[in-house]
Design a protein around this ligand. Structure first.
Ligand code: NAI
Length: 284
C-alpha cells in the first residue's frame, strides 16, 4: 500500500536534493521511474545534481526538474510548489530533507539558533503546509518523508539547536501522521526518516574517505525504501557501528529519565555512567 506512491510516473520532490541523502533518494526515485524535482540552494550544484538524476530517469532530463530553493523562505517554497505543479501536474512524494548542522551552544548567538530552526524545522512545517493540502486533493497515494535525527530523540549534549530542531520535527511529523491517518479515505502517510551516521557533506568535517562506522547515502536510501515498503513510520536506520538493538536501549534509557525521575541526559552524567553501561549490555 505504502509503496503504491512509488510507482513509475509518480512525482517526487526532494528538498536538499543536490547532495547527500537527498541526492541519493532523488536518484533512487528516478531509477524507479518517477519524475523527480530536486530543490536546493545554489543553482550550479543543483544543475550538476540534476544531470546525475537525469541519467537514471526513464525519459532523461524530461523527467527531472531542479528548482533553486531556500526552504526557510516561504515564498521560495510557494514558487517550488507552483513550478512542480505546472511541469508535472502535482506531487505524490514530498521528502522534506534539507538540513544544516553548523554547531551551536546554549548561550551562543541568536542568529545561529534562528537559522538552524528556520531550515531544519520551519522549512519542514512550511513545506508540508504548502504541498500536502494539494497532495490530499489530488486523491492519489502519497508519502511525506521528513528527515529527522537520532539527536532529536536522545538529544546528546553538544549541539542543542540541532537537537531542538530535530526533536520538534519528530513531534510535528507524528502529529502530521495522526492527522493524515484520520482523514476520510486518506491515501497519504507521513514517515520519519531517522538516519544513523551517514557520510555526507554534513558529517565529512574535512574527511575525504568514509569512516568505517558510517553508512553511505545510498545504503540509507535502500533501507528507507525497504522500511517504507514494510509500512514503518519510524525509519530507524542502523549504521556500521550502531545496531538497532543499541539504538533501542539508548532510546529506552532516555525515556526512563522521566519515568525514573533521573536528571536529564543522565546517559552523560558521571553518576549514571556505570548504570547506563550495564543497561545497554543487558539482553531482554
Ligand atoms: P548534506 O549536507 O549532504 O545535504 C543537505 C542538503 O541540504 C545540501 O545539499 C544543502 O545545500 C541543502 N540545504 C541546506 N540548507 C538548505 C536550505 N535552506 N534550503 C534548501 N536546501 C538546503 O547532508 P545530509 O547528511 O545528506 O543531510 C540530509 C538530512 O539528513 C538533513 O536533514 C540532516 O540533518 C539529516 N541527517 C543526516 C545525518 C548524517 O549522518 N549525515 C544523520 C541524521 C540526520
Amino acid at each position: 500500500m505504502t509503496l503504491s506512491a512509488l510507482a513509475p510516473r509518480s512525482v517526487a520532490v526532494v528538498t536538499g536534493g543536490a547532495a547527500g541523502i537527498g541526492l541519493a533518494a532523488a536518484k533512487r526515485f528516478a531509477q524507479l521511474g518517477l519524475r523527480v524535482c530536486i530543490a536546493d540552494l545554489n543553482a550550479d550544484r543543483l544543475n550538476a545534481a540534476a544531470k546525475e538524476v537525469a541519467m537514471l530517469a526513464a525519459n532523461g532530463a524530461d523527467d527531472v526538474l531542479a528548482v533553486e530553493t531556500d526552504v526557510s523562505r516561504v515564498e521560495d517554497l510557494r514558487r517550488l510548489h507552483q513550478v512542480v505543479g505546472d511541469r508535472f501536474g502535482g506531487t505524490d512524494i514530498l521528502m522534506n530533507n534539507a538540513g544544516i548542522q553548523p554547531g551551536s551552544a546554549i548561550f551562543g548567538p541568536a542568529d545561529n539558533w534562528e537559522r538552524v530552526l528556520a531550515v531544519n524545522l520551519s522549512g519542514v512545517i512550511l513545506g508540508t503546509q504548502i504541498f500536502v493540502p494539494s497532495m490530499i486533493e489530488r486523491g492519489r497515494p502519497g508519502l511525506v518523508i521528513n528527515t529527522g535525527s537520532k539527536q532529536g530523540i536522545t538529544t546528546p549534549p553538544g549541539d542543542p539547536a540541532y537537537n531542538v530542531s530535530k526533536a520538534a520535527l519528530k513531534a510535528f511529523t507524528e502529529a502530521l501522521q495522526h492527522e493524515l491517518r484520520n482523514l476520510p479515505d486518506g491515501k497519504i502517510s507521513a514517515h520519519l526518516l531517522i538516519p544513523g551516521f551517514v557520510f555526507t557533506g554534513l558529517t565529512a568535517r574535512g574527511r575525504s574517505e568514509k569512516p568505517a562506522g558510517a553508512w553511505t547515502p545510498e545504503q540509507t536510501v535502500d533501507f528507507m525504501i525497504e522500511r517504507l515498503d514494510a509500512g514503518d513510520f519510524y525509519i530507524l536506520c542502523p549504521d556500521n557501528d550502531v545496531a538497532r538493538s543499541l539504538d533501542e536501549r539508548r532510546i529506552i534509557w532516555a525515556a526512563q529519565d522521566i519515568v525514573q525521575n533521573r536528571p536529564p541526559l543522565s546517559r552523560w552524567h558521571p553518576d549514571y555512567a556505570q548504570a547506563f553501561e550495564a543497561f545497554i549490555q543487558k539482553q531482554d
